[in-house]
Design a binder for this molecule. Sequence first.
Ligand code: FAD
Length: 295
Amino acid sequence: MTQTQVLTPASLEELVAALAQATPQTRLLAGGTDLVRELRRPVREPDLLVDLTGLAALSEVRLEEGMLHIGALATFTELQWHPLVREHALCLSLAAAQVGSTQIRNAGTIGGNAANASACADGVTALTALGAVVITVDGAGERRTQSLDDVVLGPGRTSLRYDEAILEFAFPPLDAGHRSAFAKIGSRTAVSVARLSVALVVRFDADAGVLSEARVALGAVGERAFRASELEAKLVGRAADDETARLFADGCVAAVEASIPGRYSLPYKRHAAVGLAYDAWNMLALSAPSEPAWT
Ligand SMILES: Cc1cc2nc3c(=O)[nH]c(=O)nc-3n(C[C@H](O)[C@H](O)[C@H](O)COP(=O)(O)OP(=O)(O)OC[C@H]3O[C@@H](n4cnc5c(N)ncnc54)[C@H](O)[C@@H]3O)c2cc1C
């Protein structure tokens, strides 16, 4: 039986020193909502557990140099209610609000959500629409900044090295011209992982009366969350009306069909995509109710 050593770094320097001792059997612990379940399975025990929870700085959410930074240890409850997230990344707040139960949201972190790399990770879908990069540090103290797509590779697979920890995520904050939404469908109404999710960010040009930017991320369909770029291009330049809502729903269906051709869940997800798309679209109208041009 392996004797597991536990390190509890309380500063970035101590984190780097802990990571310097890491081996392929080492695991990092954040909220433990995924890891504890995994460690209960009869697999090889870790030689070293690096408990990140003493690193208060990694829970920070801040605006700096034109970017919104989200600490890897920010919990879903913090992301749901944080004023900067609600103002500048509403789809992430909405995604956080729909994760698991109150207990899971209180413990689960956004860094763990990405590092666990489940295809139905709600936080990852929202971060994909927000165009987030991932900032990491390794046991040599070297920092890397990579796109989320380069880090989350597929179910349970990331490009993170065993001696590398996510410090934070960063992306350009949404401003008053943006609207964003997140919707998901699961096999039950509460404490359910997504069977399909969508995060949507648009910019509405009130003078021209059209969408000048659109970002659509789909989750829980295929290997990992992805941007539906063909659909995004079709949305730009269109009015925010019922016809565009229908085009958005049709585009989500097309993206689902292209992502999982022949999969047993396709007939279900094809229909689910329509309702989900309208849920997300209708949320956009609510996110800036004073804007009269949005129909
Ligand atoms: C009942 C239940 C319901 C759930 N519902 C949902 C849901 O609706 N939506 C959803 O998206 N998820 C859901 N989850 C999954 C889980 O809560 C999330 O994936 C959570 O974000 C994991 O974060 P954590 O802090 O608990 O990570 P941990 O369990 O501590 O770690 C998970 C993995 O990430 C690694 N890790 C953690 N932090 C870092 C870091 N900073 N750098 C590098 N690696 C790191 C760990 O080593 C481990 O491999 C649910 C889980 C449960 C048990």
